[in-house]
Design a protein around this ligand. Structure first.
Ligand code: GLN
Length: 545
């Protein structure tokens, strides 16, 4: 078992995850089994209680653990599903250590950062490594951060325990360019390497984030001061797409340098498939406009997984997806229909996506958007909350239940078409209590959803199809309303195995009016675009032609 530890120097926002995940895909494509994990300094146990306004979107692992998006980035690059073990926070570590202390597990010893906290971190790295050839560990933050030393100390100790050949450090640093002369300045990065060395860590590779090509002079200087061969100074220049980064690293033989450093024999690194898809992404033949209607549109990170899943479908159909944000809060006015019409016309919108969300801000507007898309045959894809608002609008405008609502937004609605499950009523805790993680659904033969999944998964079998999707929600389509919704033409294309929960819905007489209670964006990959995103992009493409 080998470890690569990815650290960052000088400043945050260097995209350490891209370096870590790119190394992951390169080593996997070289024939090694790879897993990844993140060490986070937060005192939170998980990301379940963090606001998307402050922290970006929340991800959920297949075993139902809420984390920040880095884990999703890893999953989609290395195409492996990770578990809760892959997300370690300082909060988890201290909670365990303090619990152990209260249970007398330290036999009267003084409980300290070294060894008790560092041992706990090391144990968790062992657990997450799970017999894989290689575990890539990203440490949050920047050298010098006050919340950082216990993590670096733990991995430093692991290098002693495993041996130098089995643990290596990759340090990601910025190259600072002087705006007037264009000269590349390396002093700051030199200092961060020195600081790392003070903590007993000597990076084997420096990944240099730069807007321009690294000059030979800068490379020589960095190599000299960081005591590395020049080939180990990797240029990480801004790319047109994040998916190009592994290819740029491959061109610099990063996979070979790593194999050599870890005493593995060099193998061919097969990135041909990835390369072809990236080519399609960068050279689209068509262009479509999709509106994403949500309330967190001000923060780029809030819907990043939806945006990336759309890119996966874009590469598949060679059809560039321009995204137009529709802030449902700002646009909630009496003249909504005229406003929406104008927005659609001005931006030449071909499809609408309503992503997941919580709270009632902008909700009436979302319901109206779903209704407008249904009536005007505009492709519509509702994810979780997006499916719930589509169901509410269908109940109101097709089933004649004018006051239908979700009890999340109106506790006194006479027609709670979206409601809690019974066991959720008594819950007061704020974390870990939703329907979280992978849940199976059975797709009904004869539906478009069934056809699409089968086609995308390359299956030829007949009969019902069981698939798994990620969930993160509390509310469901109320079983008391299944009959009336169905009778009026809403097709439940996928149900939970016991038939009680609606997992997928669609409309027959509509080019694409689809919804799911799950978060399919979390399972989409560049190499394996998700069927529902493919459907939306294809229908929007058809609408544009
Ligand atoms: N707020 C809704 C629920 O809890 C939808 C959640 C979501 O979109 N993830 O069911």
């Amino acid at each position: 078992m080998k470890l690569i530890v990815v650290t960052g120097g000088v400043m945050s926002w260097l995209g350490k995850w891209i370096t870590a995940a790119s190394i992951g895909i390169l080593m996997k494509s070289s024939g090694y089994s790879v897993t990844m994990m993140k060490l986070d300094p937060y005192l939170q146990i998980d990301a379940g209680t963090m606001s998307p306004f402050e922290h970006g979107e929340t991800f959920v692992t297949k075993d139902g653990f809420e984390t920040d998006l880095d884990l999703w980035h890893y999953e989609r690059f290395i195409d492996e599903e990770l578990t809760r073990e892959a997300s370690v926070t300082t909060g988890q570590i201290y909670l365990s250590v303090i619990q152990n202390e209260r249970e007398g597990k330290y036999l009267g010893k003084t409980v300290q950062v070294i060894p008790h906290v560092t041992n706990e971190i090391k144990d968790r790295i062992h657990k997450a490594s799970d017999g894989k050839d290689l575990t890539i560990i990203e440490i949050w933050g920047t050298v010098w951060d006050i919340e950082w030393p216990h993590f670096i100390e733990a991995v430093r100790q692991l290098r002693r325990e495993y041996g130098r050949e089995d643990v290596m450090f990759v340090h990601v640093v910025p190259i600072i360019c002087v705006s007037t002369s264009g000269e590349m300045k390396t002093k700051a990065l030199q200092h961060s390497v020195i600081k790392l060395r003070e903590m007993g860590v000597h990076p084997s590779i420096l990944v240099c984030r730069t807007t321009k090509a690294l000059t030979a002079d800068a490379k020589r200087k960095i190599a000299m001061f960081s005591d590395l061969e020049e080939e180990r100074i990797i240029e990480a220049r801004d790319q047109k797409s994040i998916y190009s980064v592994p290819l740029a690293f491959q061109e610099q033989w990063l996979h070979d340098i790593i194999s050599e450093r870890l005493r593995w024999k060099k193998t061919d690194c097969h990135m041909e498939g990835w390369q072809k898809i990236v080519h399609n992404l960068l050279h689209p033949e068509h262009e479509i406009n999709i509106a994403i209607a949500g309330k967190y549109t001000a923060l780029d990170d809030s819907y990043i997984s939806v945006v990336e899943a759309l890119k996966h479908a874009w590469a598949f159909y060679k059809s560039k997806v321009n995204i137009h944000w529709l802030n449902t809060e700002e646009l909630e006015t009496k003249a909504w229909e005229a406003d929406l019409k104008k927005f659609i016309k001005e931006n030449d919108i071909h499809g609408i996506l309503v992503p997941g969300g919580f709270g009632d801000r902008g909700i009436e507007w979302m319901i109206n958007v779903a209704d407008y898309a249904r009536k005007n045959s505009i492709p519509y894809f509702g994810i979780c909350l997006g499916m719930q608002v589509a169901t509410i609008s269908f109940a109101r405008h097709v089933c004649g239940l004018a006051k239908a609502h979700s009890t999340e937004f109106d506790l006194n609605t006479p027609d709670p078409v979206i409601d809690f499950l019974e066991d959720q009523r008594t819950i007061t805790k704020k974390w870990g209590t939703m329907r979280l993680g992978d849940y199976p659904a059975i797709l009904a033969p004869g539906t478009k959803m069934y056809q699409l999944y089968k086609q995308t998964l390359g299956l030829t079998t007949e009969g019902p199809l069981t698939i798994n999707e990620r969930h993160r929600h509390r509310y469901e389509v109320n079983p008391k309303y299944h009959e009336i919704l169905k009778k009026n033409g809403l097709v439940f294309s996928g149900m939970s195995p016991d038939g009680s929960l609606v997992e997928f819905s669609e409309l027959k007489e509509h080019p694409c009016f689809i919804g799911t209670q799950a978060h399919p964006e979390f399972k989409s990959r560049l190499q394996k675009p998700h069927p529902m995103f493919l459907w939306l992009v294809k229908a929007s493409l058809d609408a544009s032609l």
